[in-house]
Write a protein of this length. Structure first.
Ligand code: PAF
Length: 282
């Protein structure tokens, strides 16, 4: 595996592969790799000649400085994992390499997707995500890029980014990878206390119960039901639970035929913020 930290070197390397008619698959990450990331990378390896993984903890998508500082950094272990799955190129740029002297986001209009859910609670988050993903796409020019559905809103926003800017890359959304007890895999899970980690399957269990109830209950009463479950739980603080249209990400009041819905949740387990979601049957 080649480890590259300069844009110029990466561009040269990609150009060579493109000249040899190789297809490029790309998996952007912020490191602290887990099985969820590896499943994206394995998909990319199956479908592309060359796979690039980036590890870059993007400062402009954090509105909470503490969260940025404490974001887990495990580059040595990540490098070993990537070598073990035969990743071709690891891109690990510095902040300066990406942003030069101006560590700031571009302002995007994602047709309202950015104002829902995470957008309401994480100021400027999607401008930061849009900025880094667009920058990485411009450097790497991948044929396909892989994103997990745990960050479903991010996935829809990236699809919108690609459409709006006519970027020539296919976006592949991949199923959420879960621990055996149901907790959605996330780099932040490693920061949970033992007590919170042991209790964390409650989140997915509640989502599954909500999915069952969606067959018979309306969205508003279901939202209230979930809110109550969390009010009763001593270890978690619910930030939001909502049922939204997959396309617009707007909270729904009534079900309509031929639409796809998902339940979305954000929860504080102590100081660690966890998100998850589940596809609902209409
Ligand atoms: O999902 C993530 O890890 C990040 O938001 C991403 C897509 C790598 C951009 O920094």
């Amino acid at each position: 595996m080649k480890i590259i930290s300069s844009k110029k070197d990466l561009k040269t390397c990609i150009l060579e592969h493109k000249a040899n008619k190789k297809s490029i698959g790309f998996v952007p990450t912020m490191g602290a790799l887990h099985q969820g990331h590896l499943s994206l990378i394995e998909k990319a390896i199956k479908k592309n000649d060359i796979v690039v993984v980036s590890i870059f903890v993007n400062p402009t998508q954090f509105d909470n400085h503490d969260d940025l500082i404490k974001y887990p950094k495990t580059l040595e272990n990540d490098t070993k994992l990537l070598t073990s799955v035969s990743c071709d190129i690891l891109f690990t740029p510095s902040i300066k390499e990406i942003y030069e002297e101006n560590v700031a986001s571009q302002k995007f209009n994602f047709d309202g997707l950015e104002h829902q859910m995470e957008g309401k609670f994480r100021n400027g988050h999607f401008n930061g995500v849009g900025t880094i993903v667009k920058t990485l796409f411009e450097i790497i020019k991948p044929n396909k890029a892989y994103f997990g559905q745990k960050d479903f809103q991010q996935l829809q926003i990236i699809k919108k980014l690609v459409k709006k800017y006519h970027l020539n890359v296919k976006i592949k959304g991949c199923a959420i990878f879960r621990e055996k007890d149901g907790l959605a895999m996330s780099s932040r899970n490693s920061r949970l206390t033992e007590t919170h980690r042991n209790a964390a399957p409650f989140i997915y269990k509640t989502l599954k119960k909500a999915r069952k109830k969606f067959g018979t209950e309306n969205a508003t009463s279901l939202i209230e039901w979930v809110e109550n479950q969390f009010k009763k739980h001593p270890l978690f603080e619910l930030e939001y639970f909502t049922i939204a249209d997959e396309k617009t990400l707007e909270t729904i009041k009534n079900k309509e035929p031929n639409k796809k819905y998902r339940a979305f949740i954000a929860v504080f387990a102590g100081e660690i913020r966890l998100i998850d979601n589940i596809r609902l049957k209409n």
